[in-house]
Design a protein around this ligand. Structure first.
Ligand SMILES: Cc1ncc(COP(=O)(O)O)c(C=O)c1O
Length: 430
């Protein structure tokens, strides 16, 4: 389910999510408001987990918490029996505070602070993905002082380019993430591990990018990774874990044609089996790290329209009570979204508008050239597929408090992250 078709509906002319009227949610909890459908989240987890079981038999889905992280999300992931791919001490802290099992947590980032490495080691986090040689030495050093052994996974650049936005493309050689295979840097790092105390080389990792709508780059990356596993085996280094990252594309607008998650998994596992046969390798423990595909389709953001500004012959601005602080993706990547006037959801979208945020920044837009029903002050606007990289990328620009997150399930709603107050924002000010 790469879109919200089973979650969103229209009842009495109003947009519904999980069977609940969006205008009632806006009234009850205020706006801006993130709303997530728990069933959509769980369904995506189950699809990925079933695919891993079917395609590989052995492996782990690690939800990439950077997409959307809060305690309740970690509890849902725990309940679904999947792992977490975390990227900071804050995400590890949140997962542990939610009672998430440490051995199912992976810590992947490109410049870990010593205190974050120590936090991971002290809490027996399952695996640490190492990004660079200095980090490898630091992990070994910190683990040695604590008399612990860390399972390290090396993040590699397979040199594969997927057709995605440049800022979310990570597997090519000119990337800040990981060790390059083609320059020999990765082989050198893998050999280095053998000589270092308190670390064990568990596996290798790659992540080629995000919002990818093609299978071929994943197959190519898989092949490159297996070739490298074969090369390591020839050097006497045995790789047990292979993480193939996340990046599965979802539907933001009708222009996006998402591929069912199972199709990626089938194609990539066929490639993996073929590589194992060719190279005489045993199938490693396979990990994948979907983030966007688990969280984005489950979420919408609700806003209240404050103004309608027509610039004759140029454009119509619809001013909303949120924007860049709760959703910076248009400002960052020109990401496109689908919008609905929640209280006019059965009316035709007969206007093309620019939805403008309320901060002091011309670039604070949710989108331009967006088809929308006629929107006026007081209407509720819903932006779809905002469950990932919205709340988690929120800022306090203009000292705007972070919006609340509400989860819907079985026709009921509950707050999972409270709306921030002015006091919350100012609490660390001296
Ligand atoms: C290492 C790693 N794994 C997984 C992900 C999740 O990617 P996506 O949300 O596109 O599935 C990312 C995203 O940046 C990443 O950097």
């Amino acid at each position: 389910m790469n879109n919200m078709k089973d979650s969103l509906g229209v009842s009495n002319g109003h947009l519904t999510i999980g069977g609940i009227d969006c205008t009632e949610l806006a009234e009850q909890y205020g706006t801006p408001l993130y709303v997530m459908d728990e069933d959509v989240i769980r369904q995506a987890c189950r699809e990925f987990k079933a695919s891993i079981d079917e395609c590989y038999g052995r492996g782990m889905v690690c939800y990439a918490t950077k997409a959307f992280c809060c305690k309740e999300m970690c509890r849902i992931m725990k309940d679904e029996g999947i792992g977490l791919d975390t990227v900071s001490g804050g995400e590890i802290y949140t997962a542990l505070a939610a009672g998430f099992p440490a051995d199912r947590i992976v810590f992947t980032s490109n410049n870990k602070k010593d205190e974050e490495i120590a936090l991971a080691i002290d809490n027996n986090i399952g695996r640490i993905t190492c990004d660079n040689i200095e980090e490898l030495y630091r992990i070994s050093d910190i683990a040695s002082k604590k008399n612990k052994t860390v399972r390290v996974v090396l993040r590699l650049k397979p040199g594969v380019e997927a057709h995605t936005f440049e800022a979310v493309m990570t597997g090519k050689i000119d990337s800040k993430f990981g060790f390059a295979i083609e320059t020999g840097e990765a082989l050198k790092a893998a050999k280095e591990v053998a000589g270092l105390p308190s670390i064990e080389l568990a596996g290798i990792h790659c992540h080629i990018g995000s919002q990818i709508h093609e299978i071929a780059p994943f197959e190519k990356a898989c092949e490159v990774m297996f070739d490298f596993i074969g090369k390591l085996r020839d050097e006497g280094i045995i790789i047990k874990d292979l993480s193939l990252g996340g990046g599965f594309g979802i539907k933001y607008t009708d222009a996006d044609k998402p591929i069912p998650y199972g199709d990626y998994m089938k194609a990539v596992s066929a490639k993996a089996k073929q590589c194992c046969e060719k190279l005489g390798l045993d199938m490693p423990f396979i990990m994948i790290e979907p983030g966007r595909s688990i969280a984005a389709p489950a979420g919408i953001t609700l806003y209240t329209v404050g103004s309608r500004k027509i610039i004759p012959g140029i454009r119509t601005y619809i001013g909303i009570d949120g924007g860049m602080p709760d959703n910076p993706r248009y400002a960052l990547y020109k990401s496109e979204y689908t919008a609905e006037v929640a209280n006019k959801a059965d009316e035709p979208k007969d206007e093309i508008v620019t939805i403008a945020g309320r901060t002091c920044e011309s670039g604070d837009l949710i989108g331009e050239n967006m088809p929308l029903q006629h929107a006026e002050a007081g209407d509720t606007v819903a932006i779809l597929a905002t469950g990932a990289y919205n709340y988690s990328m929120a800022s306090h620009y203009n000292r705007v408090p972070n919006a609340a997150v509400v989860m819907v399930k079985g026709g009921t709603s509950r707050v999972v992250v409270r709306r921030e107050t002015f006091e919350d924002m100012a609490k660390n000010d001296i």
